[in-house]
Design a protein. Sequence first.
Length: 313
Amino acid sequence: MMNTSSARKRALAFSTWLYGLFLYAYPATFRRDYGARMVRVFRDSCSETLQQHGMASLGPLWLHTIMDLLLTASLERWSTLKEKTHAMTTLPTTQHVPPRLWIALAATLLAFMVSLVASLNLYLIEDSSPLTRAAYTASPLLRFSYAGIYLSALVAGVAICAIAGYVLIQRVAIVRTGLVIIALVVMLGGFGGLLVRHPQTFLIYGAIFTALLLLNILLEQTITRHTTHPLGPRPARILGACVSAGSILLINVILLVLHTLLLNPVSHALYMQGQIGATHFNFTLISMVLAFLTIVICTISLGSAFRLSSLRS
């Protein structure tokens, strides 16, 4: 009898603890208002069920409880989401993200995707060309431009993460902490292998990567500081991140064109004529033209967002 009573107490304690964990499915405000009361009601119901029907009755009780919890928690989450959406649409004017800024953001993302495709295409072509090593040996500037394309694409990826962070997360400290982690991961993943094989090259790449990141941060903070008053803090941060990302992408495209058309007279002259297998000059040209067009669109849309901020001031 004592063992049965002890088992029921343990089952009651565990069920109550587990139910308290399940309450995290509800929004935080709902838990603060009703959580303690719900735990007491469940504990009393569980205790009464155990006393009247024994341990076997916990299964049907938990099945009913979980079904009810899933339904009510989903409804409360949906209600909270609608309230937050309504609150965002009723913010003061300076907190709205203007439509022009959304266009600038979309243009920046498009420019990043096109430049990334063009950079990857160049990487694959360089890798497949048997003359690449000879060309790099003959021209250190060619090697530098290739490294610049690769590193600027990596930094542009970090800048795009900054845009996403400012759009999705309200707290700036969380975004910036996340960006530091992302930058370290990108650096180690992008050229971290050189640390063992070619430490000197790793230090050079690291210096260039850091310099581009600092340029990105400086541009972002400058734009944010000058547009916070007319646009509001959050839209200004998004605009600053778009401008800094667009600037890095412009560097990427300029280096891409210089490297492809001007700096490599050996391998590029051959694959442009289709004399190297698995290369397509038409795709290379199309990628560069699209990259330039998207940068132009990005510049125009960012200028339009700037004009909006100057009109508001």
